[in-house]
Design a protein around this ligand. Structure first.
Ligand code: UDP
Length: 365
């Protein structure tokens, strides 16, 4: 039998890379299942190649436009789980896909392993927050990426076992750091620049808000490189905002992973609503401005290297200008920051623990 490892989105593929590689190295039987959410070249295909991952064993074929729709995912996932005997399922994070896999597996009495468990914003308006809590209720093994996440899980008295593993992204970023240093600054960007990503529904689904966020970056005198997520691209077109973007904001196609990390590493600061990009900014020593209502990684806020800017509150534009002015001094604070996401052994902790489980029936390991 085998462990079913489910991926749906670009961050799933990136963040699970060290775990999938370690499972392969240690000959832990697994099958890789892609539910479909980000199944296009820029958001998925290219990453399997770039990160040297095995191609998925199964595609559940949800179309990008319906793949985050739980009612479409439930029958696909349930049918797959009924037809393909597994020892357990592994999901990461807080997507609708991860939640649907966890709930479906739980109903079928299959053990659930949750990686990046215990992350909380305590904001129930975020669909991801609801997903995280539901997954936690279904999971048998919870791998917490930070001590705060572990504390959240303990306080919630989640079922099963919760432990601190650190975050597997640390391994991948550490592995790629020497290549990023060798490559140096991204081509054509010898001056200071900002890297911006935006894709959360709270920012990208509202015409006024999306327009306001992008206009606000016109207040700073440096290029803002903006690799546009497909969801945001669709809305920019729909809202007629493409030609209303300030001149210094450069819309580009989604970047490959190494190129993305290179931009984060050399940026004056990072502006994002992505959880993963915040972590990467932290690991690469670049100040970060988080464009959200609430925060997933409070430890980075406490360390004074990540800042929350809520576009719904007064002062949003001033915060962008303030971070641009203070970025060099903020950068100095990284010297004193402890590694909240753990060391480069998260995948080892995760795979070793899975191998010890009663539910895992391959006694040859
Ligand atoms: N990313 C990338 N190319 C891009 C934009 C993002 O490789 O053009 C990576 C980024 O470095 C991070 C992940 O994609 O590892 C974040 O994905 P996303 O913003 O879709 O999701 P989230 O982190 O919010 O779950």
């Amino acid at each position: 039998m085998a462990i079913g490892v489910f991926v749906a989105t670009r961050p799933d593929i990136i963040k699970l890379t060290p775990v999938i590689r370690r499972m392969k190295e240690e000959s832990l039987p697994f099958v890789l299942i892609h539910t479909g959410q980000h199944y296009d070249a820029n958001m998925s295909d290219n990453f399997f190649g770039e990160l040297k991952l095995p191609q998925p064993d199964s595609f559940l074929g949800a179309k990008p436009e319906t793949a985050s729709d739980v009612s479409d995912l439930i029958p696909r996932i349930t049918n797959f789980l009924k037809k393909n005997p597994l020892d357990a399922v592994t999901v990461l994070g807080d997507t609708n896909s991860a939640m649907t896999v966890a709930v479906s597996a739980c109903i079928l009495f299959l053990p659930v392993i949750h990686i990046e468990a215990g992350c909380r914003s305590f904001d129930r308006r975020m669909p991801e927050e609801i997903n995280r809590v539901l997954i936690a209720d279904c999971a048998d093994l919870h791998f917490a990426p930070t001590r705060q996440c572990l504390k959240n899980l303990i306080e919630e008295k989640v079922p099963g076992e919760a432990l601190f593993s650190g975050h597997p992204i640390v391994e991948l970023v550490e592995e790629l750091k020497p290549r990023i240093e060798r490559l140096g600054r991204p081509q054509g960007l010898d001056q200071e620049f900002v890297i911006l990503t935006l894709h959360r529904p709270e920012n990208s689904d509202d015409k006024e808000k999306l327009g306001f966020i992008l206009r606000s970056f016109g207040r700073i005198q440096m290029p803002v490189i903006f690799p546009v997520h497909p969801r945001t691209q669709k809305n920019l077109k729909l809202f007629g905002l493409y030609d209303k973007v300030p001149k210094n904001v450069q819309l580009v196609e989604p970047l490959g992973y190494l190129e993305m990390l290179r931009h984060i590493r050399y940026a004056h600061f990072v502006a994002t609503d992505s959880g993963g990009v915040q972590q990467e900014a932290f690991l690469l020593g670049t100040p970060c401005l988080t464009i959200r209502r609430t925060f997933d990684w409070p430890e980075t806020l406490e360390a004074g290297i990540n800042f929350l800017a809520n576009p719904e509150m007064p002062g949003f534009e001033d915060t962008i200008v303030a971070i641009a002015n203070a970025a060099d001094s903020i950068r100095m604070r990284f010297k004193n920051v402890e590694n909240i996401f753990g060391g480069t052994n998260a995948s080892k902790i995760i795979v070793d623990k899975i191998k010890q489980q009663q539910f895992f029936r391959d006694s040859s390991l």
